[in-house]
Design a protein around this ligand. Structure first.
Ligand SMILES: [Zn+2]
Length: 428
């Protein structure tokens, strides 16, 4: 048994619905009892130390311990093209993304980038991510294998696309069904892996492919369905031309049975009221990807409006369209986009988006995303004084949130003291 000691932040309610003080529980001298992979008890250190005198102690002093970050939307095969210059979404896919993704038929290349990306994520305090792979099944298998080596829970799937992409990347209706199903049978709920049926977006899937993936999902409804929605205006115009009978972009997915509780829509910036209503009715989730929205120039996400409509929202880096693997940098960007939209997102709400909100999107809210008894011990230990600039500001703080905020706005991987996965320290 292990006891992890530090300052502990736990959610007991949703800070978008309740006053902050009623949604958060804070232990200033807290501790967690870890048994195997799981959190067994949470209490003040003095209490747990007395109860379990034989436990190994990991003393993180005044560092903050929260649930590990969950990146709700990313593309691990795009790690090699992060920070590519000068294009908007559709040109960016053509110039940078597709040529890079074509390399992932090579198993060694796919394994190297899988391994690199997972290590970078752990260094940044991210313990789970939902990632698109490429259209090659090889890219999915090695990603799950590398995650399993690290005892991480990852959500991933083969990107399906049968049109409007280069020949060497496209699949077809039948192969997308068969390859996805084979991967589901091998990987879904295998140890900590979760499969996501993943049409890239409506532009690169024919109606027949979307229909067939809808039917696949109805056979495996506890898989996640991840795709993109209403990211850029040019994209929406093209979708209108490809699906002239659909009233909205979301209607395209809805028609084929792809809008349900386990649907996770990346971006969702330019939504019509009708689309918001359907997302609310179906209890679908949205992955907000603020660094990507700024970098590719996609637009201003309406967090306040969507959360008032009871739509669950998580936070994603969207690397390589996003500009950082750090969920701290991503929280900082979410705050800035909120400001542009007239909303000052509270630090507790930023943490919620990066942990509980993201876990709900992945149907994993009873296992990860919070510090709770029986949950996996997937944790991040955060140094709130990681640089001189942050330290001098944190020292002037008059309350806890004021002390945390400089790290959320200015912090990066230097603030990550360590990361725990499945009850073990993942970084040493
Ligand atoms: Zn994306």
């Amino acid at each position: 048994m292990k006891i992890i000691k530090g300052r502990i932040l736990q959610f007991v309610g949703n800070p978008f619905e309740l006053p902050i003080e009623k949604s958060v529980k804070f232990y200033d001298s807290g501790s967690l009892l870890i048994k195997g992979k799981f959190i067994e008890e949470i209490d003040d250190y003095s209490v747990l130390k007395k109860k379990h005198p034989g436990a190994d102690i990991y003393d993180y002093k005044d560092n903050l311990i929260t649930a590990g970050f969950i990146d709700n939307h990313m593309h691990y095969p795009q790690t090699g093209i992060i920070a590519s210059y000068g294009k908007r979404l559709l040109d960016w896919l053509e110039k940078y993304t597709f040529p890079e993704e074509a390399k992932f038929k090579n198993i060694d290349y796919a394994r190297n980038i899988s391994s690199l990306t997972l290590d970078i994520c752990l260094k940044n305090g991210t313990t789970t991510m939902a990632s698109f792979c490429t259209s090659s099944p090889t890219s999915v298998g090695v990603f799950f294998e590398e995650a399993r080596k690290r005892k991480m829970s990852v959500v991933a799937g083969k990107t399906c696309m049968d049109r409007n992409a280069p020949k060497d990347l496209i699949d077809n209706v039948q192969s997308s069904y068969c390859d996805s199903e084979k991967l589901i049978k091998k990987w879904h709920k295998n140890d900590r892996a979760v499969y996501a049926i993943s049409p890239r977006f409506a532009i690169t899937s024919s109606p027949e492919q979307l229909e067939c993936l809808g039917s696949l999902w109805s056979n495996y409804p506890d898989c996640i369905m991840q795709t993109h929605l209403a990211e850029q205006k040019e994209e929406i115009e093209w979708v209108k031309k490809l699906f002239p009978k659909s009233k909205t972009y979301l209607d395209v997915y809805n028609k084929f049975g792809l809008v349900e509780k386990n649907s996770l829509f990346g971006h969702s910036i330019h939504l019509q009221d009708r689309e918001i209503k359907i997302l609310e009715e179906k209890k679908s989730s949205i992955a907000h990807c603020p660094t990507s929205n700024m970098f590719i120039g996609s637009g201003i996400f309406e967090l306040s409006k969507l959360s008032k409509n009871n739509i669950n929202i998580g936070l994603g880096t969207d690397t390589g369209g996003g500009t950082s693997f750090s969920m701290l940098s991503t929280m900082s960007a979410a705050y800035k986009i909120g400001q542009l939209n007239g909303q000052s997102i509270h630090p507790a709400q930023l943490f919620w988006l990066a942990t509980v909100g993201s876990s709900r999107s992945l149907n994993l809210e009873s296992e990860i995303g919070n510090i709770s008894e029986g949950f996996y011990a997937d944790l991040v230990v955060i140094n709130l004084k990681s640089t001189k600039e942050i330290e001098q500001r944190a020292e002037k703080a008059t309350n806890f949130w004021e002390e945390v905020f400089p790290t959320l706005i200015m912090g990066d991987d230097r603030a990550i003291e360590t990361t725990w996965v499945s009850g073990k320290e993942a970084l040493k």
